[in-house]
Design a binder for this molecule. Structure first.
Ligand SMILES: NC(=O)c1ccc[n+]([C@@H]2O[C@H](COP(=O)([O-])OP(=O)(O)OC[C@H]3O[C@@H](n4cnc5c(N)ncnc54)[C@H](OP(=O)(O)O)[C@@H]3O)[C@@H](O)[C@H]2O)c1
Length: 373
């Protein structure tokens, strides 16, 4: 198949403001270069859909805290899906026509913890992302797609999904059936974590800011329960109303605490998450959705250290799972026939509107953009 010479893509350009000196703005490029194959093991994927995550918004707003520089004129967004349209002569894992999911952290394949060099290569941050029609990558930096999912659904299976997977199954103590998992929020990572926990025979306690979101999430998650699941399989707390939700979680678990927490909010919730985790449980600290600008860093660190010490819970940072975990997850999803939850779908030209929807945070699950339907 011969590829066109140019492609449509979005890029981000500097747009500093007084309050956000690192803010970026969208620029639509109708004649971006279509990449050539840079090495014998490269492939080119025709991107069919992309999905947004909190990180994409943080990068746009200039509040992304990761310790690496962003690429100039960055093609944004870290998740997507597409079809392989070109392969180098040394490619063994792919053929033209295969459906592929770009892996978000190129080169981070088997080690447990993400190295700085891999973070610096992250797509949609350190290197160009999925908001383009043709994307080049090494054959080892794409993951095979479960056949039952559409391109839009596959686009959701990148960073958020494998992060949720890594929080539950990628570290010690790994989730085992019959556990109770505390899920904070109803965004991309959280809903995947809820799905994976229920799929694997664990119970969840879902904390959300809204009763409406809780009701919708329960409706979505209920079909994943097997017939023997008890009434405690999905419980919930509205953390806007119940500000002492950690005490409620302890009460719900008869004082023992939950086995695993998927912690996405950072300083505003992390202490509470630690307090309501059982001894030896895992608080998988994976996000930082709270506003940090009014809290001195030293104080946050001191408070956390103290709580972590006295709780004896395991607390660790969890980055996107490695490619191996990503492939395990795809097999599990295929086996279970489960699907990602897509809240809204936008056309490619409306990418900025998709970001606005993400920022409004009225969604449950993922926001998807059709790039090349
Ligand atoms: N470490 C990694 O490699 C990695 C990879 C992917 C994502 N992440 C991180 O994971 C987090 C979630 O990402 P995402 O893409 O899933 O986000 P998202 O889809 O934008 O989810 C946003 C949702 O999180 C909930 N939330 C917001 N502030 C909260 C708070 N203070 N307490 C509890 N819940 C809160 C809200 O749900 P409710 O209204 O229902 O509460 C909100 O709708 C982010 O911090 C992101 O940076 C990390």
């Amino acid at each position: 198949m011969s590829l066109p010479a140019t492609q449509n893509q979005w890029t981000l350009v500097a747009a500093p403001t007084a309050s956000a000196p690192k803010a970026l703005a969208f620029k639509y490029v109708a004649s971006g270069a279509v990449p050539a194959l840079p090495s014998p093991t490269s492939i080119i994927v025709n991107i069919k859909a992309l999905a947004l995550a909190a990180r994409d918004l943080q990068i746009l707003n200039g509040s992304y805290p990761a310790p690496h520089a962003l690429l100039e004129n960055l093609v944004p967004t870290g998740s997507g899906s597409g079809v392989v349209v070109a392969v180098g002569p040394g490619v063994r894992r792919w053929k033209v026509g295969d459906r592929a999911i770009p892996y978000q952290m190129p080169g981070h394949h088997y080690t447990l913890d993400l190295e700085q060099w891999a973070l610096e290569r992250s797509i949609g941050g350190g290197t160009h992302g999925t908001a383009q029609e043709y994307m080049v990558m090494d054959e080892n930096d794409a993951v095979p797609a479960p056949p039952h999912l559409s391109y839009e659904e596959l686009a959701c299976m990148g960073g958020s999904a494998v992060t949720a997977w890594a929080c539950l199954f990628g570290h010690t103590p790994c989730l085992v059936p019959g556990s109770t998992v505390l899920i904070l929020g109803t965004g991309g990572v959280s809903i995947f974590a809820a799905q994976f926990a229920l799929m694997s025979g664990s119970n969840i306690i879902l904390c959300s800011s809204s009763d409406d979101k809780i009701a919708k999430a329960k409706e979505i998650l209920q079909p994943l329960l097997n017939p023997t699941a008890g009434k405690d399989a999905i419980r919930s707390i509205n953390y806007s109303v119940d500000t002492e939700w950690d005490k409620t979680v302890l009460a719900m678990t008869a004082g023992r605490g939950v086995d695993n927490v998927v912690e996405v909010a950072g300083w505003a919730t992390c202490g509470k998450s630690v307090r309501c985790t059982r001894k030896g449980g895992l608080v998988a600290v994976t996000g930082y959705l709270s506003t940090y600008n009014k809290v001195p860093d030293e104080i946050v660190q001191q408070d956390l250290s103290k709580m972590i010490l006295y709780s004896a819970a395991n607390v660790r940072g969890v980055f996107v799972g490695n490619r191996n975990q990503s492939e395990q997850m795809m097999r599990a999803v295929e086996r279970a026939g489960s699907r990602p939850v897509i809240a809204h779908t936008f056309d490619f030209k409306d990418l900025p509107k998709a970001y606005e929807a993400l920022e409004r945070a009225g969604h449950i699950g993922k926001i998807v953009v059709r790039v090349n339907p």
